[in-house]
Ligand binder design. Structure first.
Ligand code: ADP
Ligand code: MG
Ligand code: MG
Length: 251
């Protein structure tokens, strides 16, 4: 579903190369974890997948269902079923979260040639999904992410995901700022999205999240490259021994 081939990318503004020959394949139905020390390029990778214009791809390709997405803008990628939950979610002032959700869901339906949701259908779907994530309907009257706590932002991201049902979900540091109860709720929300038709990429610095969202594969990102891949045992090894051994072996 996702194939990243020899990707090189730099910051558009000053030309600093951050992603330096990254290879990664994630199959349909797979849950892949990307781990790595701070500053290794994990968030940058998520921005590049989203199509943010402050990064330039200089070499390599990103294939989604076998086709390059490099020429697609952010909206086209979203319409194609790619959803990114960022480490620092974007605030959307002036638009109630409910309204934002309705527009996003209807945009997606339009892209698939489906009719707009009726208001009762929309409300029913939101109530159901919000209930599962322990989200108060009052929170959804507020503008998206504006003044939301860390935990509320993460829940709002998972809410969008469960309503939009994307094919490829990328979650960057979904565990940061969550207490143990919120972590459980958010993880359950992600696990509910596991499906043979969907790929999920979980980016995390810590193994903790992976106790709740158990990955099929684990990839270690360091200095803009995947330096080691394995199964969930690799995440445990990292938790016990840190990144230094793997970094030494790769050098
Ligand atoms: P991670 O998410 O793995 O902690 P990041 O992708 O946030 O790593 O950052 C990788 C490196 O790229 C860091 O050294 C960071 O400072 C740098 N970087 C990323 N984006 C920018 C930017 N827009 N401007 C300057 N430096 C950046
Ligand atoms: Mg970081
Ligand atoms: Mg990061």
């Amino acid at each position: 579903m996702l194939e990243i081939r020899n990707l090189h990318a730099r910051i558009a503004e000053d030309g600093t190369e951050i992603i330096r020959g990254l290879n990664l394949t994630v199959g349909k139905g797979e849950v892949a974890a990307i781990m790595g020390p701070n500053g290794s390029g994990k968030s940058t990778l998520s921005y590049i997948l989203a199509g943010r214009e402050d990064y330039e791809v200089t070499e390599g390709d990103i294939l989604y269902n076998g086709e390059s997405i490099l020429e697609m803008d952010t909206a086209e990628r979203a319409a194609a079923g790619i959803f990114l939950a960022f480490q620092y979610p974007v605030e959307i002032p002036g638009v109630a979260t409910m309204q934002f959700l309705k527009v996003a869901m209807n945009e997606q339906r339009k892209a698939h040639g489906e009719e707009e949701l009726t208001t009762p259908d929309f409300i029913r779907q939101v109530r159901e999904a919000a209930g599962a994530l322990n989200i108060d309907m009052d929170m959804l009257k507020r503008p998206l992410n504006v003044g939301f706590s860390g935990g509320e932002k993460k829940r709002a991201e998972i809410l969008q995901m469960s309503l939009l049902q994307p094919n490829l979900c990328v979650l960057d540091e979904t565990d940061s700022g969550l207490d143990i109860d919120a972590l459980k709720i958010v993880s359950d929300g992600v696990n509910a999205l596991r499906s043979p038709d969907r790929a999920i990429v979980v980016i995390t610095h810590y193994q903790r999240l992976l106790e709740h969202i158990v990955p099929d594969t684990v990839h270690v990102l360091y200095k803009g490259q995947v330096i080691k891949s394995g199964d969930k045992a690799l995440a445990l090894e990292l938790e016990n021994n840190g990144y230094s051994n793997i970094i030494k072996d790769a050098a």
